[in-house]
Design a protein around this ligand. Sequence first.
Ligand SMILES: O=C(O)CCC(=O)C(=O)O
Length: 296
Amino acid sequence: MVLKFLDSDVNMDDYIKPKAYDLQDICRRITTGEGWVVLEGMFSSQDIEMAKERIFAGKLTNQGSFNNPDDRHNNYDGLKWGLLSRGKIFSKMAAHPTIMEVSCKLLGNKCRLSSLAANTVLPGMKGQQPHLDYPYYRHLWPESEDCMNLPPTHLLALQIVTLLTDFKPENGSTAIVPGSHINPKHPDNPEEFFSKAIQLTAKAGDVIMFAGPIQHCAMANNTSQIRCGILQHMVPLYITPFEDITYKVEPENEVIRQLLAVDNPHPILKYQRNNSKRGSIASGEDMDIKDIELGR
Ligand SMILES: O=C(O)CCC(=O)C(=O)O
């Protein structure tokens, strides 16, 4: 397929600030408020066109295979992963200064990208299993009840959806349960989820942000047009990213370096065994004076 736009057509400097932008209010609404916000008009129609033609070049096949009960929503057919290696436009979108500002405020100044995927709900497609986002998967946590009850201001993930088409209830816009990120619980009972959920409405070029532990899912598309958004999952530097996003990606600039955590020194090698000696620590055989203690 011949693309209309090349990487050289991407302008990394013409970012648009969303309408009525108030950083403090956005952060309050995502954490102690209802858990979500819509930021209007952040991407031009040309940026959207560039992203769409790359997402729809080739087949829409999800290469994931996720089998944990809390992870099965990732088997959804509309998901296309590895966007950073599919064109510069995706780096531009992920590095939007407003996305970075809100992410840094909520997750720390060195927060990183955890995953960048597109989610398309084709006409006639069913919705996704209601879920919470990584790392709020039960198999990653102690088994005790309420173990995920961090204060809502201590977020471990922010989900950012950049809309490439309008989102409305008829075409499968995201459903969320307002306030469910405060004392997070998995939506094991779909009936309860659907009775409390609202569906978000926003336009192509807008950005939806919500707290990772909020109950949510993509819904069924009952129209004849596609519904598509980019899912940008951001986490603090100390969380292992969900997706391996670094392969084949050359950081374009400092912001992309931050997103990929290229300069993160951890884990640091602090102690190195002398290779010639293979004793075990338990047996005390490793007390070789030649072992190297590495500096701080
Ligand atoms: O596409 C959407 O509306 C939400 C997608 C989502 O929640 C996910 O894949 O984790």
